[in-house]
Design a protein around this ligand. Structure first.
Ligand SMILES: Cc1cc2nc3c(=O)[nH]c(=O)nc-3n(C[C@H](O)[C@H](O)[C@H](O)COP(=O)(O)OP(=O)(O)OC[C@H]3O[C@@H](n4cnc5c(N)ncnc54)[C@H](O)[C@@H]3O)c2cc1C
Length: 432
């Protein structure tokens, strides 16, 4: 399928495809079922990516990346997503990818110099600490409980976070805290850069969960106990954290869509290869109409996903927040890729459940996507709010309502009351 991607995107994506096939997949196959992959293996893949000029496609050149624009990186991220290790090997995995982008977007020169080069080189890592256990911030971020109080030129942070991806090993935590305690719940919050070795930062545990990652990423529960950092560690404008988080999450949701689209594409490739090879009941499984139609439906939905991602990415690239487009794309993608991977696993039978193929890992991994970065329901809420914002009441002019009668004297259908709007204006009285 040709998506007419722009700039260096198609050329780099082609090279990444070759890199993933020849370098990344052999490591993935070696560790499926026995992972996590040792850090040294990831480091070796990164070195190979550097030598091929493919390392950190989204990171600006001054920090050692390729400096691709948002639309250019799109097909590259799709190719990287075909392997569970591809994004880590290319240094374009969540959450560092989104965190680097946020620091680049909102950081002061000092903050960028301190964190970005080392993050880009993969020498250090980061976490984004927003979600809190119940009854703190989750789907509803205005329930945020973590606070940062000013004491002279320091923030004193107290709170309890969890599901901070990469937080167990992170060197810096982008921490979301309430900084103006009198503001409206949707305002008065800030993102603060907290070095993870600051006294009072207590990593309680890596949360046990389904789908342990092949590259060993853990999701941390963290307490902040009177954690003191300079006020100058505020990332972006003080009290404007919600705006910054939105700016982070829009592109980050789409890059997740790109990587997962690659994963679903590979899952379907594996399933079609298996069906084509496997015989049963006197014919090839690939000749049975059920699987054929199913694969056709998943291919069609995945094409829709990739088209939607490109549309939303173009909007973001043009400077729009594209909130509704991103919400639609994220929710639709999460469901399409989940269904595609589920079918791919089904059609590989026992091989789908086993770990000689990556489908079991894909299946466990993809399930989170309907919850992270805003659960389906949260995005549908936004889409529905927009959809219901200006109902076209004039479309209902012709319907009959209780107590209204039709005149047909002239032969033309004329209701005594044309619209509910008219009724509300008091310009209507029922004929009786
Ligand atoms: C693997 C993984 C990685 C994560 N990484 C990070 C991270 O790096 N940083 C971070 O800060 N957080 C992270 N999270 C947390 C994630 O963002 C939250 O789990 C998510 O926002 C949902 O919040 P919650 O778990 O508190 O669910 P809740 O807010 O308790 O919601 C529970 C469920 O209620 C339903 N629901 C919610 N709102 C509505 C509504 N308006 N209408 C109808 N139904 C609704 C949904 O089905 C939702 O799943 C991660 C989570 C996972 C699982």
């Amino acid at each position: 399928m040709d998506y007419e991607d722009i700039g260096q995107g198609p050329a780099v994506a082609g090279e990444v495809q070759e890199f993933v096939e020849s370098e990344v997949l052999p490591v993935e196959r070696e560790y499926l079922g026995s992972g996590p992959v040792p850090d040294a293996e990831i480091a070796a893949l990164r070195e190979e990516a550097r030598e091929r000029g493919l390392y950190a496609p989204q990171v600006p050149e001054e920090y050692g990346g390729l400096g691709l624009g948002f639309r250019e990186m799109l097909p590259v991220f799709e190719e990287a997503g075909r392997s569970l290790l591809g994004p880590a090997a290319l240094r374009c995995a969540a959450p560092d990818e989104g965190n680097m982008h946020t620091i680049e977007l909102a950081g002061t020169e000092e903050q960028k110099d301190r964190w970005l080069p080392a993050l880009a080189r993969g020498e250090i890592s980061s976490g984004f600490a927003m979600t809190e256990p119940s009854d703190g911030a989750g789907s509803d971020p205005k329930m945020l409980q973590t606070t940062a109080q000013k004491d002279g030129d320091e923030w004193v942070i107290n709170g309890h976070k969890w599901w901070t991806t990469g937080g167990v090993d992170a060197d810096v935590l982008l921490t979301f805290a309430r900084t103006d305690h009198d503001a409206h719940p949707y305002e008065g919050c800030s993102v603060i850069l907290v070095p993870a070795d600051t006294p009072g930062v207590e990593v309680i545990r890596g949360i046990p969960h389904m789908g342990e990652t092949l590259e060993g990423t853990e999701h941390a529960e963290i307490r902040f106990n009177d954690v003191r950092v300079p006020v100058e560690n505020t990332l972006g404008e003080e009290d404007e954290g919600f705006t910054l988080v939105q700016q982070r999450l829009g592109p980050a949701r789409l890059t997740h869509c790109m990587r997962f689209a690659g994963m679903a594409d590979r899952a379907l490739d594996i399933a079609t290869a298996y069906l084509a090879e496997r015989d049963g009941f006197g014919e090839s499984m690939a000749d049975k109409q059920g699987p054929r139609f199913d694969i056709a439906d998943h291919r069609t939905s995945l094409h829709a996903v990739r088209t939607m991602v490109r549309h939303a990415a173009a909007q973001i690239d043009a400077g729009s927040e594209a909130r509704i487009e991103v919400a639609m794309t994220k929710t639709y993608t999460a469901n399409v890729v989940q269904d595609a991977i589920d079918s791919a696993l089904q059609y590989c039978g026992g091989n789908g459940i086993g770990r000689d193929l990556p489908l079991a890992n894909f299946y466990e991994n993809v399930r989170q996507f309907r919850i992270i970065d805003g659960a389906d329901e949260v995005h549908k809420r936004s889409i529905a709010r927009e959809a219901f914002s200006e109902p076209k009441t004039e479309e209902l002019e012709a319907i009959t309502r209780y107590g209204e009668f039709w005149r047909d004297g002239s032969g033309s259908r004329q209701p005594t009351c044309r619209t509910r709007v008219e009724k509300e204006r008091g310009a209507w009285a029922p004929e009786v």
